[in-house]
Design a protein around this ligand. Sequence first.
Ligand code: NAD
Length: 258
Amino acid sequence: MAGRVAGKAALVSGAATGIGQSIAMCLAAEGASVAVADIDAGRGADVVTAIREAGGKALFLSLDVTEEASWEAAIAATESEFGRLDILVNNAGIAIVESVDKMSFDDWRAVMAVNIDGVFLGTKHAVPAMRRAGGGSIVNISSILGLTGEEKLSAYCASKGAVRLFTKAVALECGRDGSGIRVNSIHPGYIHTAMTEETCRRDYGDIATGFAELGKLHPIGRVGEPEEIAAGVLYLASDESKFVTGSELAIDGGYTAA
Ligand code: NAD
């Protein structure tokens, strides 16, 4: 299959739904073989079926990003099935909304475990595989809330800010060691997914009002679509961005421009 990432093998975490699903489908449509990795096997299998029906190549991998052994198995399975790993998209993420004085330590740790421990573990185990492949691209999905703060989201903001600087530190290591591995972060604004629907219900009473109100926070006047994040991932995953590493790409309708 021809395409902008033809011949490459990718693993996308949290790919069973939302932004991750869109990323997996986009990379597959552009010629990559894609490991759809998630804790949700049912929805993950549906994504694999959709990719195959569209003529792409995919497999489902059961992955809990907080477990090191789970990452080791997922990366080994990707290499064994596709022969290589060229692209890792660390997309899985969760948010817990609570004021700092009421947040339990368990909830704080749960957010950190998925959002930053998961990115560390995925990167740690992808780098040797990408060295074996002769290079690669790691794309970490941070957030506008890795660049600016938001009330009742202190754990989420702290974890996403950590993703931003973790990305830059590893980009320096991988740039200077001659491995040919590039590492970049993407910072989405509010995007039309289940995660944001939850925010809409909680903060605005219903989904339609919520999306309309959240849209007003973005100078472009609306929330984003998962495909608009996938388009940025595709660029960073492809050789078109071969001089790009350690960068932070805001895809946020201008949210962080002010
Ligand atoms: P979502 O809740 O719709 O989907 C998240 C996916 O991650 C689900 O399939 C879930 O099963 C999976 N997941 C959760 N915990 C996991 C774990 N431990 N191991 C493996 N998979 C796990 O979320 P989304 O809105 O698509 O968000 C995707 C990423 O984009 C997240 O990192 C999120 O923080 C980030 N983001 C989202 C928005 C937004 O507005 N939706 C904005 C900025 C950043």
